[in-house]
Design a protein around this ligand. Structure first.
Ligand code: FAD
Length: 682
């Protein structure tokens, strides 16, 4: 069995201009011509066929085994201790492999997964409301606007039920009904209740479960833990991933770690937008360094903008706060019908003067439409001048999320029981009491569906480099349904990777690598060179100010709505800003100590390159789908319009070198179990 990019044809060297003449590009007009080179089609050589419900069973059976005595001789590096990384490290450690686990926080438990509030999906059908593996599969493909892989999504739905059993066995305190059964609630984009939750702390409770499983392996000696270590480079030897270069963030030491296989579970890159609901430390460096070494980046422009966040309150903000989507179960979203009422106390606006716009436009799903749709509708209301809350840069960017009807129906106690920690958090941040005054919400960057391209085995285009969780281009297509990221991270780590990675490891034992191998030395020297450069520029602008400006560009031109003109402008602006950054950034301190400004400099440098690729990707996709809304591609009533003939593909981008434009490989999306339809939630 082969594991490599050799399974895929290597890129052509045709230029975009030549390609458009040769008819290689879709349609008559390619917005992104000149910004990329077309490459050969990409095929997932591990994609199974046969009946969809049997594919995963077959793959598991076909994947070769490694016997327990041999596992002890094989080593695995896992970067990331969020749900995806911790679950993988615990499982692979327990299986008997030698695992090294890395995170940049002071404890694995501080991974960003801890912030997840609302819940985790699983097709258990405990409510007997018509749910099934097939329905979760269907909802996820439809929710993702038919831009995800059928086989992967089916597998995800299939293993979702195992996750709940696993977590309950670990003692994760999921909410229960009065009689003791596990409770469920609904999330956007679906009409069944399949979301398991632990009040508004689902991520935290799941992470504690994964963390204790991980620590058990640390105690057993199968997993070595490296906290406060940041991976800054991937080591590849003979085209295969063989280790990482990491910086000890406390002492500044540059360390080499070698292994037989590397797993990236390094999370998402939403912070390229500067303002997002992600933890401040979330970044793209691990994935981007791998990209530069040959791992393709897939659908990088697919960003999720979450509809229920606390609105931006001023120009000096550095973080946005999510209000869980679960609030849309009971809260009603509205704006005043008349602009003149926007300044009024909402409690003084009578019912007949309120526009419950989601319920009006989408009567079947109402407030529970998927995130992309809810976000765009809120933006449209504010663009029409019917936004509420304080003006920021001359516009009111907020809509109401009102619990008055829920309090009337369930009583204050009933609402408190379900949502108290979320509502308390809102009050602490805004100073307004949501039990008395409607909350104000607005969309914000929250999650990225894009990420490193992986095959069905979760292996990237670099043999021996596997990618799990939010870091891979996930199973969510162009839009993720709520409560599906936790499901995917844990599916990857507990149930998928442990089966697929063994097929690669069965080729072991692998050649020993010495620390003075030229490729290792080269990787270490390049890390040192970058650090020296940042410290030596001694310019005048802080790293944060560059990051903020980059974020503004991304939000303005590659955010909720994208156009050809805007994206081209953004690419120019990013290139100019990046240039300035390398000449004028000021990084204080030294390399030998804790130096947050140095850490950020490396991350922001990678964000520049990622941001540019995101814009090129968005430019290439002249269709609206899910979280990617192209102004040029909408229906008469302003809904997203896909173009399946031209764009039913995964865009996998290959790094072509510092001064070259990226190469685009297209992986066709083929649906056999589901018919592609324009989405309707009306
Ligand atoms: C506020 C908020 C609420 C959310 N709520 C939900 C929800 O209710 N349901 C749901 O399904 N999803 C939710 N999501 C999405 C979900 O939380 C994430 O997609 C998911 O937790 C990502 O998990 P992960 O393991 O892939 O990455 P993370 O949890 O982000 O972990 C990344 C890990 O990688 C490490 N790392 C990264 N780079 C490096 C490096 N260079 N070197 C060393 N270590 C590195 C970090 O230290 C960390 O340990 C929410 C997201 C946000 C922002």
């Amino acid at each position: 069995m082969s594991h490599s990019s050799h399974d895929m044809d290597m890129p052509d060297t045709v230029t975009a201009a030549e390609a458009s003449h040769s008819g290689f590009l879709d349609g008559d007009y390619d917005d992104a011509a000149g910004y990329y080179t077309p490459g050969a089609p990409l095929v997932d050589s591990k994609a199974p066929d046969g009946p969809i419900s049997e594919r995963w069973q077959n793959r598991k059976f076909e994947a070769r085994l490694v016997n327990p005595a041999n596992r002890r001789k094989l080593s695995i590096i896992i970067v990331g201790t969020g749900l995806a990384g911790a679950s993988a490290a615990a499982t692979l450690g327990e299986a008997g492999y030698r695992v090294k686990s890395f995170c940049y926080q002071d404890s694995p438990r501080r991974a960003h997964s801890i912030a997840a509030q609302g819940g985790i999906n699983a097709a258990k059908n405990y409510k007997e409301d018509g749910d099934s593996v097939h329905r979760l599969f269907y909802d996820t493909v439809k929710g993702g606007d038919y831009r995800s892989r059928e086989s992967n999504v089916y597998r995800l739905a299939e293993v979702s039920t195992n996750i709940i059993d696993q977590c309950v066995a670990q003692g994760v305190p999921f909410a229960r009904e009065y009689g003791g059964l596990l409770d469920n609630r609904s999330f956007g984009g679906v009409q069944v209740s399949r979301t398991f939750y632990a009040r508004g702390q689902t991520g935290q409770q799941l992470l504690i479960g994964a963390y204790q499983a991980l620590e058990r392996q640390v105690a057993a000696g199968t997993v070595s833990m490296y906290t406060r270590h940041e991976m800054l480079e991937l080591i590849t030897i003979d085209g295969k991933a063989r280790g990482i270069i990491a910086r000890d963030m406390v002492t500044g030491e540059i360390e080499t770690h070698l292994a037989d296989v590397v797993v990236l579970a390094s999370g998402g890159y939403g912070n390229v937008f500067y303002l997002s609901t992600n933890a401040m430390g979330c970044n793209v460096t691990a994935a981007w360094r791998a990209h530069r070494k040959g791992a393709y980046m897939a659908n990088p422009c697919f960003t999720q903008i979450h509809p229920t966040c606390i609105p931006v309150s001023g120009e000096h903000q550095s973080k946005l706060t999510l209000m869980s989507e679960s609030l849309r179960n009971d809260g009603r979203i509205w704006v005043p019908k008349n602009q003149a009422d926007c300044e009024k106390d909402p409690r003084d606006i009578p019912e007949e003067d309120r526009d419950y716009f989601l319920e009006r436009i989408y009567p079947s799903f109402g407030n529970l439409v998927p995130r992309d749709i809810a976000s765009r509708a809120a933006k449209n209301m504010c663009d029409e001048g019917r936004g509420v809350g304080p003006e920021v840069e001359g516009v009111r960017r907020g809509v109401y999320l009102d619990f008055a009807a829920a309090i009337e129906r369930l009583g204050r106690d009933g609402v408190e029981e379900k949502y108290d920690n979320l509502l308390d958090m809102y009050e602490r941040i805004t100073g307004e009491n949501p039990y008395e005054v409607p909350m104000r919400i607005y969309p914000a960057v929250h999650y990225v569906m894009g990420g490193l391209w992986v095959d069905y085995d979760l292996q990237s285009t670099i043999p021996g480099l596997f990618v799990t969780g939010e870091a891979n281009f996930s199973d969510h297509g162009a839009n993720r349904l709520g409560a599906s990221a936790l499901m995917q991270g844990l599916a990857d780590g507990y149930f998928v990777l442990p089966h697929t990675i063994r097929d690669y490891l069965a080729d072991g034992p692998f050649e020993e690598i010495a620390e003075d191998h030229p490729a290792v030395v080269e990787a270490r020297e390049s890390v040192k060179g970058r650090i020296d450069h940042f410290l030596s520029v001694n310019g005048t602008r802080s790293v944060d100010s560059y990051h903020r400006e980059l974020g503004n560009i991304m939000w303005e031109y590659c955010g909720m709505e994208r156009t050809e003109t805007g994206l081209k402008k953004a690419i120019d602006l990013i290139r100019g800003l990046k240039d300035d950054f390398y000449r004028n950034v000021k990084v204080l301190g030294s390399a030998e100590t804790l130096n947050q400004s140095l850490e950020k400099a490396g991350r922001v440098a990678d964000f520049f390159e990622l941001g540019e690729l995101m814009c090129i990707d968005a430019l290439n996709r002249r269709e609206s789908c899910g979280g990617h809304f192209r102004g040029e591609s909408q229906t008469e009533d302003g809904e997203a319009m896909r173009h399946d003939e031209e764009y039913a593909y995964v865009a996998a981008w290959e790094w072509a070198g510092e001064d070259s434009i990226p190469v685009l490989h297209k992986e066709d999306l083929v649906y056999t179990a589901i018919e592609m339809k324009q989405r309707s939630y009306k």
